[in-house]
Write a protein that binds this ligand. Structure first.
Ligand SMILES: [Zn+2]
Ligand SMILES: [Zn+2]
Length: 357
């Protein structure tokens, strides 16, 4: 008989209720993999889960249709780790491999999935939100296909950034940017930064940022962003026009979700320009007919595909994301709640939790 093994895990029970607990350790069932988790990122979604879970509009105490998971749930959907055990039939990964976990589960049967729009699955469920596992625990167990092997050149801290960087990568793909084009990124948080890296990977030289926070503007400058605009003290559309010889930008990536900033961002778009919304709007925004004149469009970008994961890992391996370590803080499992509250108060950029030692 197997001895019952336990592990430490951060579980969310409800609004403003996360606990460091001892829970059963998962195991590698057929087709799945046991991972010794290394790092898990705290992101805006985790802040929403912590401060306002009701804003998601689903009852997390009812089983998720796709995964059957109910809260309490181990937090952490952006995570990396090392394969500790593989279940029967697993060949794509081996014990000792470092991996980034693809936490997004889709059903494959709803209308969006059948149409190939799996990023819009009606039953979507994430590890770390409504899944079987989460990254803020010593171990997790996920399907072998959810494991993306990290090459030696990509360490486990960077590995925990694959998920948010894939969100940003996908938004730049949705914007269909060509190397000769220019882009305005609204919001210099981790996703905005990720959009900048993804734009650079496509050979785009002209990346303009709009960011009201002074410390974030300073960080952007240290990362080599030449054009950073403070929308609270400068006229954003006017500045963008002067930087683009009056044309405007070919795409805006909205990584801020600020209703107040939206009309000005739309005014920055060139003819046939694309506004891609990757942020979540807490308040509705008003659309006018003029904003969509001359071929301008608005598109939503949600999650990512396995291809986005592969592209980000390859770009990491090429060194594109090396400067990311300058905007990362690392905390222990004991300090997750504090870290969530700090980020909620607008301090810090990106915090990773060290999931095991
Ligand atoms: Zn996230
Ligand atoms: Zn589906």
């Amino acid at each position: 008989m197997r001895v019952r093994e336990t592990m430490r895990a951060i579980r969310i029970h409800g609004a403003e209720d996360v606990r460091l607990e001892t829970v059963d350790r998962p195991c590698a069932t057929p087709g799945s993999v046991l991972i010794r988790n290394a790092f898990a990122g705290i992101c805006g979604t985790d802040l929403h889960l912590f401060f306002a879970p009701e804003s998601f509009g689903s009852d997390f105490h009812q089983p998720a249709p796709l995964t059957g998971a109910t809260w309490p749930q181990i937090l952490g959907h952006e995570f990396s780790g090392t394969v500790a055990e593989v279940g029967a039939g697993v060949r794509s990964v081996a014990v000792g491999d470092n991996v980034a976990v693809f936490p997004y589960n889709w059903c494959g049967k709803c209308q969006p999935c059948l149409a190939g729009q799996t990023t819009g699955c009606e039953l979507m469920a994430f590890e770390g939100i409504q899944g079987r596992s989460g990254g803020m625990a010593e171990f997790s167990s996920v399907a072998a296909e959810q494991c993306f092997v990290l090459p030696r050149s990509v360490d486990l801290t960077l590995g925990a950034l694959v998920e948010p960087m894939a969100v940003a990568w996908h938004s730049v793909a949705v914007a269909q940017l060509e190397s000769s084009e220019c882009v305005l990124v609204v919001g210099g948080g981790p996703i905005g930064l990720g959009a900048c890296y993804a734009a650079r990977a496509r050979g785009i030289e002209m990346v303009i940022f709009s960011e009201p926070s002074r410390s974030r503007r300073e960080l952007l400058h240290t990362l080599g962003v030449a054009h950073v605009i403070d929308p609270t003290s400068e006229d954003l559309p006017e500045r963008v026009r002067s930087l683009t010889r009056g044309r405007g930008v070919d795409a805006v990536i909205d990584a801020a979700g600020s209703t107040a900033a939206f009309p000005d961002a739309m005014r920055c778009l060139a003819v046939n320009g694309r506004m891609v919304v990757v942020a979540v709007y807490e308040k509705p925004y008003q659309l006018t007919r003029n904003q969509l004149s001359a071929g301008r469009t608005i598109r939503n970008s949600e999650v990512y595909s396995p291809d986005d994961y592969r592209d980000v890992i390859e770009a990491m391996s090429d060194g594109l994301y090396d400067s990311a370590m300058s905007w990362i803080d690392i905390v222990e499992l004991e300090h997750v709640e504090e870290a969530i509250r700090e980020l909620g108060a607008g301090r810090g950029m990106k915090t990773l939790v060290r999931s095991s030692r």
